[in-house]
Design a binder for this molecule. Structure first.
Ligand SMILES: Cc1ncc(C[n+]2csc(CCOP(=O)(O)OP(=O)(O)O)c2C)c(N)n1
Length: 660
């Protein structure tokens, strides 16, 4: 039998349904999400929680004339299914398939590309302001979770929203969870609203007051009672939001279609900034996710019956994240000043064990990366050794704090940058491809990049013992396995290592590109080309003498990095050679070109951008065979190539944009 979902192309199809059909539609959406995410991986629990809310928004509002903005966007699957993407939904998060986040170039119903928390209110407010300036009609709606509401940006948006009095509907999707249980004062406040402490007190006060009014009191009371179920909370104060200048409506059961419909029918008629507080259950409808919403926040493919991940081999090497978490616990035992900080990513950054073992020295500060860094600066000033564990992409938020509050004051804060490089299916908002470029130029900061687990463990020790600001950056995924060296050794700051010697070409690699470079060198040897491979280990400071020595010995240099080429590792080596007056050899940089990398598996994307073993081999061979062919940066080329020209003080510019 044809499903209702198969007939839905857009909001106007949803509007034709009656309440029973809407219920069936919700059921079908859940099945579709569950089935697809179990195969492709993705954000399961958040999506299951907003099925009714999404369906009702499409039932009440007129998208895309009205605009719907999803904060983070990880919960937009139902929205995608209701807006013409059902047939492509099986390609979710796969290379060339539909994205796991809203994408404007994917659909006119996707209003704002998101992926990072807290952007919905500001972007919605901007659109609302634009509508007013243009004299256009239409509602602007931002849906934001209680976790994302803890980010400073959300409050900056609300602060302005209440002040400029634009028409704006903010829906607070409160499931009491960020990825882990939500934290902080805002979370406690919402919890009190939800459990009705405010509501009951207000209701009692209001009732007593109305009853004292002769004549009108009783009829108003009757009306208030009738309105209560559908307009639950219209009379109830969300004081915080009211004080910020927004009308507060709620809390409303986000799984009751009838309540949601009546509420939004009324909300639609209201003007000014409004906050609708909707209560949902993360993982709703799939018992394993309801029981453990944190584990099902973002999942790899799993078995629907058991909820267990596929390919869950006990023998698989540990992930870099796990190695980080374990090593930090090991170090924290002997170092009382060591504290760990996460911005709402306790499990994502591998800090669960640390939180259990050292609860007094663990801080989950909410989705507030800027605060995390400056908070760490304060701790460091008082003699502590804060380790801020953060995904590379999210530290982008706190660039100024790293520079200004930590490095300018030379404070010994450690930055553990997880998910450096290509992260895979989460795509452009989540790849950690800019950190080499945004950290390399900051004075006082040391940046280390491990090639494998043992080196990583030693780097963590080195960082924790270092009296300066240090960052180490590691990739998403598993390490190489192999024997674990139990005792930890400090690494000499700024020392690289020669892993293989050969006279024909020098390959300088860093982090995740070291082993592929070594494998490529083996293949090159089979083709009669002898490569030296240096593991730089440090992005900063560089081992200038070692690199210069081998550049001169081999006469051809190639750098390989999993970062954008602009301002990255290869650029650093070019600068180093320029400073040392080394101009007399061909130079090639491999890395990610000047574009935003799409979503897809890590392996596929590394291959596409030529930074896997195959790509390194191919380019090194070409370079060896092509000898001194001169190329200069081609903006449109996939791989930027450059040559250092043999003029001592002047870099001659070639206009030849021929590709290699
Ligand atoms: C700036 C930033 N930091 C961290 C994250 C990682 N992250 C993705 S979703 C999420 C939790 C969001 O919680 P909430 O907004 O309540 O949505 P829910 O998943 O509970 O529906 C976090 C921390 C992010 N996307 N952006």
């Amino acid at each position: 039998m044809m499903k209702i979902l198969d007939r839905i192309q857009a909001s106007h199809d949803v509007k034709r349904l009656d309440i029973e059909e809407l219920g069936t539609l919700c059921h079908e959406i859940r099945e579709e999400i569950l089935s697809t995410v179990s195969k492709n991986g993705g954000h399961l629990a958040s999506n299951l929680g907003v099925v009714e809310l999404t369906t009702v928004l499409h039932y009440i509002f007129d998208f895309p004339m009205d605009k719907l903005i999803w904060d983070v966007g990880h919960q937009s699957y139902a929205h995608k299914l209701l807006t013409g993407r059902k047939n492509r939904f099986h390609t979710l998060r796969q290379y060339g398939g539909i994205s796991g986040f809203p994408k404007r170039d994917e659909s006119p119903y996707d209003t704002f590309d998101s992926g990072h928390s807290g952007t919905s209110i500001s972007s919605a407010l901007g659109m609302a302001a634009a509508r007013r300036l243009k004299g256009e009609r239409g509602k602007i709606i931002a849906v934001i979770g209680d976790g994302s509401m803890t980010s400073g940006l959300a409050f900056e948006g609300m602060n302005q929203a209440g002040h400029i009095d634009q028409d704006l509907i903010v829906i607070l999707n409160d499931n009491e969870m960020s990825i882990s249980p939500n934290v902080g004062a805002l979370s406690s406040y919402l919890n009190r609203l939800m459990t009705g402490q405010f509501v009951n007190r207000f209701r009692d006060d209001m009732k007593a007051f109305l009853e004292t009014l002769p004549g009108i009191g009783k009829s108003v009371l009757r009306f208030a009672k009738q309105a209560e179920e559908s307009l639950k909370g219209l009379l109830m104060p969300g004081l915080l939001f009211e004080e910020l200048g927004m009308k507060y409506i709620g809390p409303i059961d986000g799984h009751r279609l009838d309540y949601l419909i009546e509420t939004f029918q009324n909300v639609r008629k209201l003007r000014g900034p409004i906050l609708v507080h909707v209560i949902t259950k993360k993982g709703k409808g799939y018992p394993p996710a309801e029981r453990n919403p944190a584990r099902f926040h973002g999942v790899p493919p799993f078995d629907i019956q058991t909820g267990e991940p596929e390919n869950n081999s006990e023998e698989a090497p540990p992930t870099f994240t796990e190695v980080f978490g374990e090593t930090l616990c090991q170090l924290a035992k002997g170092k009382k000043q060591l504290v760990a900080i996460t911005a709402a990513m306790q499990s994502g950054t591998g800090l669960e064990k640390f939180a259990r073992q050292f609860p007094d020295r663990f801080y989950d500060i909410g989705i507030a990366e800027q605060h995390a860094v400056t908070f760490a600066a304060g701790l460091a000033l008082e003699g502590f050794k804060p380790v801020v564990a953060i995904y590379s992409t999210f530290l982008q938020r706190a660039y100024d704090q790293v520079l200004q509050d930590v490095c300018l004051q030379n404070l010994p804060v450690v930055f553990a940058l997880d998910r450096g490089g290509i992260v895979g299916e989460d795509g452009p908002t989540h790849h950690g491809l800019f950190d080499f470029s945004y950290l390399r130029h900051i004075p006082n900061l040391i940046v280390m990049v491990p090639k494998d687990e043992n080196e990583f463990r030693n780097m963590i020790k080195t960082a924790v013992e270092c009296p300066l600001p240090v960052a180490f950056r590691y990739p998403r995924g598993r390490g190489r396995g192999g024997e674990r060296e139990e005792s930890l050794q400090s690494i000499d700051i700024g020392k690289g290592e020669v892993l293989r010697e050969g006279q024909d070409i020098l390959i300088i690699a860093i982090g995740s590109t070291v082993y592929p470079s070594l494998r490529a060198a083996e293949k090159l040897a089979e083709a009669g080309i002898q490569a030296t491979v240096i593991n730089s280990r440090f992005l900063k400071p560089l081992d200038g003498n070692l690199l210069a020595e081998w550049a001169e010995k081999t006469g051809k240099v190639m750098t390989v990095e999993e970062n954008v080429l602009q301002g990255g590792f290869g650029s650093a080596i070019l600068e180093l050679f320029q400073e040392r007056g080394l101009f007399s050899f061909p130079f090639k940089r491999l890395g990610v070109p000047d574009l935003f990398v799409e979503h897809g598996s890590q392996a596929l994307l590394r291959e596409k951008y030529g930074i896997d073993e195959k790509g390194i081999f191919k380019k090194a061979k070409e370079m060896f065979e092509g000898g001194g062919t001169e190329f200069i940066h081609a903006i449109t080329s996939e791989i930027t190539e450059s040559r250092v020209f043999p003029t001592q003080n002047k870099i001659k510019r070639s206009v030849d944009l021929k590709k290699g």
